[in-house]
Design a protein around this ligand. Sequence first.
Ligand code: 26W
Length: 878
Amino acid sequence: MTSTIDPKTIGKPQRPRRHVRTLTGYTPEKDASGKDQWPRGDEGVWRDGMRTVDKDVQAVTRSIVGHVQTSLARQAYNLDNLGAYQAAALSARDDLLVNWNTTQLTFTRKQPKRAYYLSLEFLMGRTLDNALLNLGLKDKFTDGVQKLGFNMEDVIEQERDAALGNGGLGRLAACYLDSSASQELPVWGYGLRYKYGIFQQLISPQGEQLEAPDPWLDNQNPWELPRLDVTYDIRFYGRADRLDDGTGRAVWHGGQEVLAVAYDVMIPGYDTASTNNLRLWESKPQRGFDLNSFNAGNYEGAVEASNSASAITSVLYPNDHTTCAPNRSIPIHFGKELRLKQQYFWTAASLADIMRRFKNAGKNIREFPDFVAIQLNDTHPTLAIPELMRILIDDEDLTWDQAWTIVTNTFFYTNHTVLPEALEKWPVPLIENVLPRHMQIIYDISMNGQVLLASNHVSDIQLTAFVEGQPKQVRMAHLACIGSRKVNGVAELHSELVQTTILKDFVEFEGVSKFGNVTNGITPRRWLDQCNPELSALITKTLKIEKSVWLKDLTKLEGLLPFAEDKAFRAQWSAIKQRNKERLAHHVQTTLGLIIRTDAMFDVQIKRIHEYKRQTLNILGVIHRYFALKKMTPEEKKKVNRRVVFFAGKAAPAYYIAKLTIRLIVNVARVINADPDTKEYLQLYFLPDYSVSLAEVLIPASDISQHISTAGTEASGTSNMKFCLNGGLLLGTVDGANIEIAEEVGENNVFFFGHLTPAVEDLRYQHLYHPVPIEEKCPPLAFVLNQISAGVFGGDGVYEPLLNTIRQSDYYLITDDFDSYIATLEMVDEAYLDKEEWIKKSIRTTAKMGKFSSDRAINEYAESYWNIEPVSIPTGGL
Ligand code: 26W
């Protein structure tokens, strides 16, 4: 299954041919002279001088038509879906702005303690549908665009995803922004306004992943407010001259200065006027153009400075869990230095902005931690710790101890992975060159023995340790840990592992009370109400409470439990699942031209491609099933469940084995889907260009989803929560949040397999020092691997490097978990044959997913970490 790509179109957004249509549904009023009176665009409802948000359909259409004319400068009679989207977006934006202004003004007046969520990634997806739902205007806008001759679904489809993230970490940040606003908590996000988000994935006929830039800002972005009035100069390179006054202060001067310009994105809460802010920084050259070098004939030089300045926020690094391997899609000299400059540019601009706001409140600097909490989303923003030290010591003239006390009471650090290759380590010479003052402070932190790096003897822990050979490297997880008030993992097992592995010495040295757990969550607005409106409506009808009640308190879903025993309700429940499967089939048909049968079990695994997530185990399981089907008699086949297997996910551009995995999946699909013996019973698809928007179509359609990482490797997972919330059953390993999901929904409603975390180390040892040939250890797997090597799925040996990772070290225990995986797949088959029982499991699963709302998680951060309170925002403006 490959969409034949015409190279000329690579990177260019494929916009369907323009369907111009007149604004049929709209008749302008006549003014006194009988001339058409077209509206001015901002037709909101005004009450006592303040613009309010509640408007009727009439006002909606007037507002949209107004924006067509005054914002888009287009004629009402030549509008296509994209134009209708832009006009509708601008109209919704007006409403967001009212609440946004009211919220910010309320914060300025009430001066509450605020929390700042520093994340290098925010995987927001599309905004229009979410904004209308949170504003409670979806129905009115749907009728409004209808009246103008457009279909809301088509209009929503016009928006490009804001894909400013790689995967779990970035999407979690987006869910947390939605929950913070919905819980009326004064939380701002700080990130980067990348010109290019995560690459667009194309699949070549051979099954290769090709990467194309994601010019998401091409059609302008109606959801951002350029704040050209909010800018900061950010310094790089130069020299840091210590003052010899014993204070440890220094003057950092010279080098290059880059301008940071703010762009604000409004984050509306659900069913509240509370609208928080996501501030994204863009880098610009201080001076557009270096006239002197130009006049001196050094034309390159003249633009060089500006290019290197704007390059800082040009592109998102597409690595997920891998810090090292330079990726081909980013020119070599960009490499690590640019990533370091991204991290400092963003943290320095954010801290300068936070400090300005704090100082405007006229409080004493020592009270900083009482009014500011800063969450470090993984180690990517760790430079904020030495940066705040620099500000407090060099600019605010505080002593080291005073500064350190403020720092270690302001920051909070969340770890999202224990995989060694994902833990950031920065070479000391690189930091010394790019950030000379910060390297001094990092050494000072180490010198002051306040932070140490793990070695056996607690006494001589040093931060700047020799990782291997030269140059020395700074372990950012250790700096983040020592510089933070509290450290947490993202699921119970993971938080345990953080304390017993990567930060073990710090638990010993600083005490366990500093370490905690906040299990991840997802926003039920986007991941149920928005992506599965039919199920949401059935839940509201069945629970006989306002939708806003259970959507803001997801534990109310437990009220569905008794209905699992209600046959009629079960019929409605599975009918909705069936229609969601047809919607997915329709989406795949229109986008990829493929016909998918919907009278089958939909089995889905969608996430970044990574060896630890074991998409390889899944595809080997599919091949095993294929050959089992081939051996069956037609009679036997009749008793088998029809199964459609879906994969989707991007591989980091330089991650060779991950790309081979995609290639294998695509070529296995080509063979299986064409095989007359089996295609009635088994279909396999790799859907290209996985995104938030594609997940919103795939997740409501799944019967079962796979979360089969090697135990102890997936910190939490969040797609597992999304599938189960939409009534999909979970097939997984005892890892991450799978464990807590099983605890909530009940062991007999999930399908678990595989070795447990404590066994992993030992099994890996066995592999290295007491290897057992696969033919002996797991004959069914050996058979499957040999079929691939034999070229059944083509590729003349191209898959050997992938197969050898299993035949040799098998670091992710494929050979050890294959048998129990296949056995559990058979149990799934068994279970699916009993339709009524399956639907009961599906209802019980959804009913018990209340814990996994990101509202619960954010309230935990607010109460037990940030110590911030909700601030109620007046609906009718101030
Ligand atoms: C430096 C390269 C890099 C980039 C991103 C290293 C590591 C990351 C992230 C931490 C990777 C990530 O997204 N981790 C995922 O975070 C989710 C949210 O907590 C968890 O649910 C996933 O289990 C975890 O893999």
